[in-house]
Design a protein. Structure first.
Length: 383
């Protein structure tokens, strides 16, 4: 791919991999021009550019590019409207049966739970009693519908889960695709719009920024060079504090972002700078693991804490159905309660930590104890 993971960068800095990449001169010849909608110069011309999903810059770029060929529009979410919120207080709309997120499957009809498929015909916000809903994220199907109405006569093609296109011809068309499903255009796309950039950057994951950059670069690489008027417009990026991933895309410099992320993780003692292990099981068993003498002295222990603190979904007040047994166990109820212990070690102590954890499994197996303990070593995201 065109991005660089933080794990790969750590191997480069450790001397296990050699950093290779194109020169800046070659990049200037083949890369498209990347602009950010809502940046200072553009905001002077269009004050609403920062908040609009499709600001004037994106519209102008798309309409101009359609005279020269197809236009790629990357949408981070599939479906119609996959996420909803209360219109009054902006609280996420959740199912009253299981606590799952509510979404819309089409332009008409009530909200539907994305977890249990329950229909929320008379939804009411548990916080403010509001009954009106607003979209949080617009999916690829809704985007195709809106653009088809806005640009009548222009063919609209969609590529995503269920229907992935491999190629599109070199003629005017709007190609709506989710990340990873972008088809190759003959001769390259005349332009690309990267919508809802915030949706990728706001993912609750340690690798949110490098992964967002990887997905954007994969789409931008399908666009013609700047010398051929190829343009990429980033829409919906936060502008109060410019995101490093967006800066890396504008500069077409994935190694710069990887170096920055790795330096921050070293400071925060997060993977891959540190090696994490996780043990999930009964509290007493985890307390025994944390107290083991064969764990290296430098290993930090976090927990045990109820597994619910990191994994159990929140069920809104007034839920009609009880949570499943697995959820109750994860929440720390009953005999099957699950707790979580995190261990953090320097890379030099990682082998000794793994050896101690293997010994735990071997001892439990020899005593024929119930296999209610789960151990993982080398977590990439300990959240």
């Amino acid at each position: 791919g065109y991005g660089r993971s933080v794990a790969d960068q750590s191997l480069v800095e450790a001397g296990w991999l050699e950093s290779m990449g194109p020169g800046r001169r070659w990049l200037r010849e083949v890369a498209p021009r990347v602009v950010v909608a809502g940046a200072e110069r553009e905001q002077e011309r269009d004050p609403a550019a920062q908040s609009a999903r499709l600001p004037n810059l994106a519209w102008r770029t798309a309409k101009s590019a359609l005279e020269r060929g197809p236009v790629l529009i990357q949408v981070p979410r599939r479906g119609y409207v996959p996420s909803l919120a209360c219109q009054e207080c902006r609280t996420h709309a959740r199912c009253l049966a299981c606590g799952g997120p509510l979404g819309l499957d089409g332009g008409s009809g009530p909200p539907v739970c994305r977890w249990c498929a329950s229909v929320a015909r008379a939804w009411r916000c548990p916080h403010c009693e509001g009954t009106r809903l607003r979209s949080l994220v617009v999916g690829a199907r809704r985007t195709a519908e809106e653009l088809g109405r806005a640009l009548p006569g222009v063919p609209v093609l969609t590529s995503g889960a269920g229907t992935v296109l491999s190629h599109v011809p070199n003629r005017p068309a709007l190609v709506i695709a989710t990340p990873g499903a972008e088809p190759v255009a003959e001769g390259g796309y005349a332009a690309a719009l990267l919508l809802d950039a915030w949706a990728l950057l706001d993912r609750v994951a340690l690798d949110a920024a490098p992964e967002a950059l990887r997905r954007w670069m994969a789409a931008a690489a399908l666009v013609r060079a700047a010398a051929q008027e190829g343009t990429v417009v980033v829409c919906g990026a936060p502008l109060d504090q410019p995101a490093p991933a967006v800066q890396a895309l504008v500069r077409w410099d994935a190694p710069w972002l990887a170096r920055r992320e790795l330096a921050e993780r070293r400071q925060a003692q997060l993977p891959p700078a540190m090696i994490f292990a996780e043990a999930v099981g009964p509290r007493k068993v985890l307390e025994q693991i944390a107290a083991r003498a064969d764990l290296p002295a430098g290993v930090a222990r976090f927990g045990p804490v109820p597994k619910a603190a990191s994994a159990a979904p929140a069920v809104p007040a007034g839920a009609r159905a009880a949570a499943p047994a697995t959820v109750r166990a994860a929440a720390g109820e009953g005999e099957a309660a699950a707790y979580r212990l995190l261990l953090r070690a320097q890379p030099a102590d990682a082998d000794a930590m793994a050896t101690a954890l293997r010994a735990v499994r071997a001892e439990r197996s020899a005593r024929k104890e119930p296999d209610s303990l789960r151990i993982r070593v080398g977590l990439t995201d300990p959240d």
